[in-house]
Ligand binder design. Structure first.
Ligand code: 13P
Length: 276
């Protein structure tokens, strides 16, 4: 199965009434682990990189080339996604290195500015034929390499204006989750946002620690993509914690397997197994 477009994954999730997992990876074993999970569960996934992940990977060109090669070698449909893109320069570099999906994150700026910047990001996405996700409201919390911040819930009327004026492919919403922390999801607000945005695919950030039943409710309410970082990074860290000796490969193999196990649980809760 080749590298696929982010839009194609979202369209298929919309038609099938499930959500795809977007896994943030910061090294090759994490990437291999989530792809193992996608292949074992026969699920589509997004391999995601935020700016901190990209830096750790050795820069956008190395991250992009590695992710594309891994996607192309995989049996599962894999999109390569830029998470929390802060500016057009990084978005353009991602397009040039073969990312098939972008997020522009203007969620900490006032709505008028967020709309204006997201429109520019959307024009770039059209130029390169890739998907564009934006964020309104703000999902706060703590993620390694990303500043800690407070959440601001997404307002449905503002969401309607935002999607009408930006024409994004998907919208990241703030409904109680937080990066790195389990949050209580306000499923009624997800439903309201889905109606306000006229059925736009919604994206839930802060996917780690959210109860599987709450995730299933979110999917029924219109979430079509879930971002997961902390859980798979924690699985990796725990697996390598006791490593010793001169050969890191046994511990890295354990870490890859632990990541695959954690990723599989999220895939199953989203209903995306057997959708490849
Ligand atoms: P978690 O760290 O809670 O899984 O959130 C990840 C995320 O939303 C990345 O954008």
């Amino acid at each position: 199965m080749p590298l696929v477009g982010g839009k194609e994954l979202l369209d298929r999730a919309e038609r099938g009434g499930y959500a795809v997992a977007g896994f943030n990876v910061s090294n090759v074993e994490l990437a291999l682990g989530v792809i193992d999970a996608a292949e074992a569960r026969r699920a589509p996934i997004l391999l995601q990189f935020n700016p901190s992940n990209i830096e750790h990977f050795g820069g956008i060109e190395v991250a992009g080339a590695t992710a594309r090669a891994l996607a192309q070698a995989s049996d599962a449909p894999v999109a390569v996604h830029l998470d929390h893109g802060p500016d057009i320069t990084l978005l353009r570099a991602a397009c040039q290195t073969g990312f098939t999906s972008l997020m522009f994150d203007g969620s900490t700026t006032p709505i008028d500015r967020n709309i204006q910047d997201t429109r520019l990001a959307g024009a770039l996405a059209i130029e390169y034929g890739v998907a564009i996700e934006a964020e309104l409201g703000h999902v706060g919390g703590r993620e390694p390499g990303v500043a800690t911040s407070e959440s601001v819930l997404t307002d449905p009327a503002a969401a309607r204006r935002f999607v009408d004026e930006t024409q994004v492919d998907s919208l990241a919403i703030s409904v109680g989750t937080a990066h790195g922390l389990a949050g209580n999801v306000d499923v009624a607000l997800v439903r309201e946002l889905r109606a306000a945005t006229r059925g736009l695919p919604l994206v839930l950030h802060g996917g780690s620690g959210v109860e599987p039943n709450a995730l299933r409710d979110c999917v029924r309410a219109g979430v079509r993509k879930l971002n997961v970082s902390t859980e798979i990074h924690a699985a990796f860290t725990q697996a390598v914690a006791g490593a010793s000796g001169s050969d890191p490969r046994p511990a890295l193999r354990d870490a890859r397997n632990a990541v695959a196990a954690a990723a599989s649980l999220r895939i199953d809760a989203l209903g995306s197994a057997l959708r490849a």
